[in-house]
Design a protein around this ligand. Structure first.
Ligand SMILES: [Zn+2]
Length: 127
């Protein structure tokens, strides 16, 4: 009987942990990685960032002024940001499909696959 009770409390504390982590990072987004992408205005970034002081949600490639990190929240979808009370930015229009970003990432992929370094590593190192 005692063992059974002990197992129950252990299971409960194990279940509490991932729930707390989920509330910090919605959708499994890594805030460190997301912030790094936002800092370099990565056009290939697929997440959205919201600024708590303005109530606006933006794409990372938006040309608006970079906010303080303490005021930034990251979302994997625009729906999540809207549900949290943020409105889409009028400059970067996060509600429209990122056509430029897609074309740019395809171009980057092509550049990588045609680079001499890529073909070398595919063929294996020479003896
Ligand atoms: Zn914006």
């Amino acid at each position: 009987m005692r063992e059974h009770q002990g197992m129950n409390s252990a299971t409960q504390s194990a279940m509490n942990k991932p729930l707390a982590e989920l509330s910090l990072t919605p959708g499994g987004l890594d805030p460190e990685l997301a912030w790094a992408q936002l800092l370099r205005r990565d056009p290939a970034a697929t997440f959205f960032y919201a600024v708590t002081t303005t109530g606006v949600v933006c794409r990372p490639a938006c040309r608006s002024r970079l906010p303080l990190r303490a005021n930034v929240r990251f979302f994997t979808t625009l729906q999540q940001a809207r549900a949290a009370g943020f409105r889409p930015c009028l400059r970067c229009r996060p509600e429209t499909p990122p056509r430029n970003a897609l074309e740019k990432s395809v171009h980057t992929l092509k550049a990588i696959s045609t680079s001499p370094f890529a073909s070398q590593s595919l063929a294996g190192s020479p003896a």
